[in-house]
Write a new protein. Structure first.
Length: 325
């Protein structure tokens, strides 16, 4: 993850935007399959075979959605060589705030010491970060903003029934943030997004006192039958062939799903993010967390073309090709 001060241009010079830094925050508590499986009556091997997760992170009492978001944002800003006061926009993607008001973004801005900037939440569940990135890119292209924080942060464990084997084995907590700035050469290509509201009930929280319900097999069929075309369309909008991608970062929902999407797309030369193995499904946080881990491990390099794609409840999806920071 590297800074790129040359990308910080004035409003008049910006032809687009680019990500200059990405960072993640994972809660301290590590929960392995053996510990989780004991309470669910299943083995560690069964969990890994079914969803691809070996361990995940559960937030403690002090690790709030907004606190984790602010921590990831501060790390990303430091990497970019920027201070919070340099930012004029903050977009928080989340679906797990404990209350709908005030917005999580406003609270994060206050925690960072910039309470008067434009700040709002985006709720597109697991597609949220890619939605938020598309919104920030559009606002920068329109010269409404110049430097933005785009954050995905979740405490999914607050909304999961820990006795439900379908959801407790996969959902987890964490936050990831990206610094997005105006650039003379666009490093974020147009977003390909949409949804299928007729299938919205496949992943849902029925009411304010409820827990996440998920029809996993139906979601798997939807993703594997329809979303490779979305990924291909995002590549086409960027003018790049899937075989030329150097990174492929999808929502970390299920390991078999991720690998099947990469194969269906034909991303034969891309490093495929498999952060789900160590982090689980963190909903809107999963894409930036997975991206930051690919970068930290040197699996992608600055300037590489990377496809980001989020999908989930709604059923919503969003994908865009970016230049690696």
């Amino acid at each position: 993850m590297s800074s790129n001060s040359s990308a910080l241009t004035g409003f008049g010079a910006a032809a687009g935007s680019r990500i200059v830094a990405v960072a993640g925050v994972r809660p301290e508590r590590v929960v392995g399959n053996e510990e989780l499986g004991r309470g669910l009556g299943v083995t560690a091997e069964w969990i890994e075979r079914r969803v691809g997760v070996r361990e995940r992170r559960f937030a403690g009492a002090e690790e709030t959605v907004t606190g984790m978001a602010a921590g990831a944002a501060a790390k990303a800003l430091s990497t970019a060589g920027l201070a919070p006061a340099d930012i004029d926009l903050l977009v928080l993607a989340t679906c797990s705030m404990p209350s709908p008001m005030p917005s999580g973004a406003a609270s994060v801005a206050a925690l960072l010491g910039v309470p008067r900037i434009a700040a709002f939440d985006v709720n597109a569940a697991c597609a949220g970060f890619c939605y938020a990135l598309g919104v920030a890119d559009g606002l920068i292209r329109s010269r409404t903003s110049r430097r933005a924080l785009v954050i995905g942060a979740e405490r999914m464990t607050d909304w999961v029934d820990q006795g439900d084997v379908d959801t407790a084995t996969v959902f987890a907590d964490g936050a990831g943030a990206a610094v997005v700035v105006a650039a003379e050469r666009a490093g974020i290509h147009p977003v390909e997004w949409g949804g299928d509201g007729d299938k919205a009930g496949l992943v849902a929280i029925p009411d304010r006192h409820g827990s996440v319900t998920m029809q996993g097999q139906a979601v798997y069929r939807w993703v594997t039958s329809e979303l490779a075309a979305v990924a291909a369309a995002a590549c086409a909008r960027a003018g790049i062939a899937p075989a030329d991608l150097k990174g492929f970062v999808t929502h970390q929902a299920n390991l078999r799903m991720i690998e099947r999407l990469a194969t269906s797309l034909g991303a034969t030369n891309a490093a495929v993010a498999r952060d789900i193995v160590e982090t689980g499904n963190t909903s809107a946080a999963s894409v930036p967390l997975a991206l930051s881990r690919l970068i930290d491990r040197g699996q992608v390099r600055p300037g590489d073309a990377i496809l980001l794609m989020g999908f989930g409840a709604g059923l919503s999806y969003a994908a865009q090709v970016i230049a690696c920071p």
